[in-house]
Design a protein around this ligand. Sequence first.
Ligand SMILES: Nc1nc2c(ncn2[C@@H]2O[C@H](COP(=O)(O)OP(=O)(O)O)[C@@H](O)[C@H]2O)c(=O)[nH]1
Ligand SMILES: [Mg+2]
Length: 487
Amino acid sequence: MTSFADEAVIAFDNLADRAANLVNPSIRLGVTGLARAGKTVFISSLIHNLLHGGRLPLFESLQSGRISATRLEPQPDDAVPRFQYEDHIRALVKDRIWPDSTRAISELRLTIAYESASGWNRLFSPGRLSVDIVDYPGEWLLDLPLLGQDYRDFSAATVELARTGIRAELSREWLERTATVDVDAPADETLARELAERFTAYLRACKADERSLSTLPPGRFLMPGDLDGSPALTFAPMPDLPDSRAPKGSLRAMMERRYEAYKTVVVKPFFREHFARLDRQIVLVDALQAINRGPEAVQDLERALTDVLACFRAGSNSFLTALVRRRIDRVLVAATKADHLHHESHDRLEAITRRLVDRATTRIGMTGAGIEVMAIASVRATREATVKQNGDELPVVVGTPMAGETVGTERFDGNRKTAIFPGDLPADPERFFRGVDEAGHGAYLPELNIVRFRPPQVEETGGGITLSVPHIRLDRALQFLLGDKLA
Ligand SMILES: Nc1nc2c(ncn2[C@@H]2O[C@H](COP(=O)(O)OP(=O)(O)O)[C@@H](O)[C@H]2O)c(=O)[nH]1
Ligand SMILES: [Mg+2]
């Protein structure tokens, strides 16, 4: 577990943050989600809309004219890469390509000058709020529970999950190899590496596109960055570990030590330097992709979301919140990419996501307070239309499919606009949560056409000024995340 020294440092960090806060009020907004959930696109569009007077009718302080200016400022944390807003927005707006995927943490500061709505507040508030937006991989969040588990707990939980459902097949090779290993035999570097590689191959197979299973810890196994090949990443869970102490010099002792090293060099610094300092959080989920793959992927997403939300649970019994003085008081779970669907299905996407979150929060005993669910599109790549077919009116979305995308036998070139009938989501979210038997029977699959579109053409006004990026419900998200701080 976390040592006393860690606690002291965390308390100190928070005090320092708070002192700075009196002079210049700031709020740290965490933006997370698993890889490709849409974090980079969300942050880019949010900033672009704030800087370019976007259409944000539900963002009250802006709509009522109380925000006088929004500026980007130098990012306050010297050791954290800056979120490269300018590059990302150039890709989106000028080149109409989606920005490069980032695989690590980055940060950006936005300062909003505003006038408080109440005369009393106007007297005392400096009328400036700095918003530090912190973009970090959801995979890192999934690592936090490891702080409360030793190597044996971690092994048992990971192996048990690997033996269930569709994962059983994906993990077979790794587990079969593992079964031949004597964990109490002398440690062997080559064997440790082989086991780590096989375990990583299993994690990668789960994540592969056609499976769309959510990621499992340790998160850095799939995004090693500069730790690639280091001992802290060269271990693997082992089944049926004995209760006894690991013999000195054994493979088991080596694995234990490396697992603890992973926590020390990867998980704790993230927790202390980033996670413990957040005030607000948005969790982006690509619910649509999971829905498109069917109930097993949906239920797997639910499991990941349960683990993620458990990190935000308030309450003294949680080993995480016990260490954090400054608590996350609002969490928004947003299903992204709603622009793939006709608006009639937006509420259904939201209902399915809400159902995912409800089950997750019940499971971890979290109250609903401070948690909100929405279906959004950070960037709206489509427009809606209706197409007449055999006397029926079909609701369609119109956009430019990316080069290489296909529907049926048609293959798109990346230039031609096309109308796509995306299909409907079911009105009843339960259909995704009913049991699926071992062979996958009883699995309900919606008939959806999910095509990846290029970013939209953003209009320019006469004077060469770019209009803001179109979106769906981004203003609602902003109001929930920041509205009260600008009241
Ligand atoms: N149509 C549409 N696609 C999106 C949207 N947000 C993200 N995407 C797609 O999802 C991909 C991954 O998004 P990105 O922000 O890079 O994900 P990250 O890994 O979480 O930072 C992008 O390349 C887009 O193809 C959206 O609002 N609308
Ligand atoms: Mg990113």
